[in-house]
Design a protein around this ligand. Structure first.
Ligand SMILES: NC(=O)c1ccc[n+]([C@@H]2O[C@H](COP(=O)([O-])OP(=O)(O)OC[C@H]3O[C@@H](n4cnc5c(N)ncnc54)[C@H](OP(=O)(O)O)[C@@H]3O)[C@@H](O)[C@H]2O)c1
Length: 234
């Protein structure tokens, strides 16, 4: 009998993360909705349920190693393998600030969630991803973190996403040994709490490339940066 594929999405109680979780559930994945607060995850489940979809809540704060370890232990006891990890949770707190006024504290706070979060979660779930053969990791990055086109917009956020892209390269190298593919993607400018109401894209459009990387994309594609299913420059 074919194993039901499994997926964990961090920061999946709202925005692009919730949409990625919804679309993976629709495709038949057993989905773990990563969320800081259980009630927020339960609200997502209720919504999914109304649409005939099932999912489970994983209480997971990407800045808290103990919560990550608890989720990893629980999901490992529930599943033989994790097919997809989407590192989606992030914060944007310095929009419109300029680098000359960026405080080290703002940079540290942003790196703590946006960069060290994916580092911690990926390390914790690596053994379970290695059992999926292949496991797929999708790091939700941003073109704001692209070194080739970076401008002043949100300096801490941009640096944190450039660093996520570097993590993608590092983990992709380790993944060649362990049968895990690791890619970054940019969802575009999306209507969420982070992107705002005037953004160009729906959450469904923003989720598309992540869903493609999680399901259809060739497993030869690893250590790359995508937007609209096309490779883009770092
Ligand atoms: N929206 C855009 O235009 C855009 C553009 C480029 C890239 N992105 C990227 O796309 C991803 C999703 O963005 P979004 O627009 O959907 O953002 P969003 O609506 O602000 O949602 C962010 C999610 O991350 C969670 N989160 C934040 N800190 C966390 C922590 N320490 N532990 C666990 N979860 C945490 C939030 O949980 P709470 O509800 O508990 O706060 C929320 O679920 C992010 O990586 C973002 O950088 C977005």
């Amino acid at each position: 009998m074919k194993r039901v594929p499994t997926a964990l999405v961090t920061g999946a109680n709202r925005g692009i993360g919730r949409e990625i979780a919804r679309q993976l559930a629709l495709k038949g994945f057993r989905v773990f909705v990563g969320t800081r607060r259980r009630e927020a995850g339960e609200a997502v489940l209720t919504e999914f349920h109304k649409a005939g979809l099932k999912a489970e809540v994983a209480e997971l704060v990407v800045t808290d190693m103990a919560s990550i370890a608890r989720s990893a232990a629980w999901i490992s006891s529930e599943c033989n393998a994790l097919d997809v990890l989407v590192n989606n949770a992030a914060i944007l707190e310095d929009e419109g600030q300029e680098i000359l006024k960026l405080t080290p504290q703002m940079l540290l706070t942003t790196l703590e969630t946006n960069t060290l979060g994916p580092l911690r979660v990926t390390q914790a779930f690596w053994p379970l991803l290695a059992k999926a053969k292949p496991g797929r990791i999708i790091n939700i990055s941003s073109e704001a973190g692209s070194l080739s086109s970076m401008e002043s917009y949100a300096p801490a956020y941009s640096v944190s996403k450039a660093a996520v892209n570097a993590l993608t390269r590092q983990f992709a190298a380790a993944g060649r040994r362990d049968g895990i593919v690791v890619n970054s993607m940019c969802p575009g400018w999306v209507r969420t709490d982070m992107g705002g109401a005037n953004a160009a894209r729906s959450v469904s459009e923003g989720a598309d490339t992540a869903i493609w990387l999680a399901t259809e994309a060739s497993t030869r594609l690893t250590g790359r940066f995508f937007s609209d299913r096309e490779e883009i420059s770092w």
